[in-house]
Ligand binder design. Sequence first.
Ligand SMILES: NC(=O)c1ccc[n+]([C@@H]2O[C@H](COP(=O)([O-])OP(=O)(O)OC[C@H]3O[C@@H](n4cnc5c(N)ncnc54)[C@H](OP(=O)(O)O)[C@@H]3O)[C@@H](O)[C@H]2O)c1
Length: 221
Amino acid sequence: MIAIVGGTGPEGSGLAWRWARAGEQIVIGSRNAARAQGAATQIAEKAGVLGSVEGLENSQAVKMCDIVVLTVPFAGQAELLKQLKPSFRPGTVLIDATVPLAAAVGGRPTRMLGVWQGSAAEQAAEIVGKNVTVAAAFHSLSATVLDGDHDIDCDVIICTDDDRARTLASELALKIPGVRAIDGGKLENARIVESITALLITLNIRHKVHSSGLRITGLGI
Ligand SMILES: NC(=O)c1ccc[n+]([C@@H]2O[C@H](COP(=O)([O-])OP(=O)(O)OC[C@H]3O[C@@H](n4cnc5c(N)ncnc54)[C@H](OP(=O)(O)O)[C@@H]3O)[C@@H](O)[C@H]2O)c1
């Protein structure tokens, strides 16, 4: 089962619907259980898989699952993870899609905030501690594209220091038709990958789309 903390938002809901359609059991997490249940019902109906998506308050969702995907704004990431820390099962893989955009503090969505730890994902790893392993992934997948019904022309770069986390994140990426999972090396590379999203937002604005993505060439995969 996969918990999606912040799964009521467009990014988490988009991932949830793609994975539910691929046959995964999903638990949508929210600060508000009723909101989580509402989003879960909508996602299950869209995916045609009633019963495979449920909604719970974030800490309850995290307690139920060995894989947790985090899709909340950077402004709320640290405080939320501190609250959730006691709820993580030992050995949980936390897959963080957070992008520290300056928009989180009233700045531009095309600019990045400096994060003391280097990236949002490294901040997450510092907060959750050694019982939880962190992978950074899914930053390049636009919520608009996830929400659609087509194969997605985009690579997902996965950064982590843990082989099991890399494998699980890759498997989830590959469950989204069209997506390729790319080993992006250590968790410290998340600072580079997260910043690509700010560039994609610039490209969306300049080209008047909501769908720019990323393809890496020349890897022979
Ligand atoms: N949108 C995209 O296309 C996209 C693409 C790549 C990466 N991302 C990243 O993915 C993350 C989520 O994006 P999004 O567009 O889905 O964001 P969002 O709609 O702003 O937020 C997602 C959910 O997070 C929860 N949340 C909001 N503020 C919070 C706070 N202060 N503390 C705890 N929870 C809070 C809310 O759920 P509840 O109120 O139900 O708790 C909300 O529905 C962001 O870090 C973003 O940079 C987004």
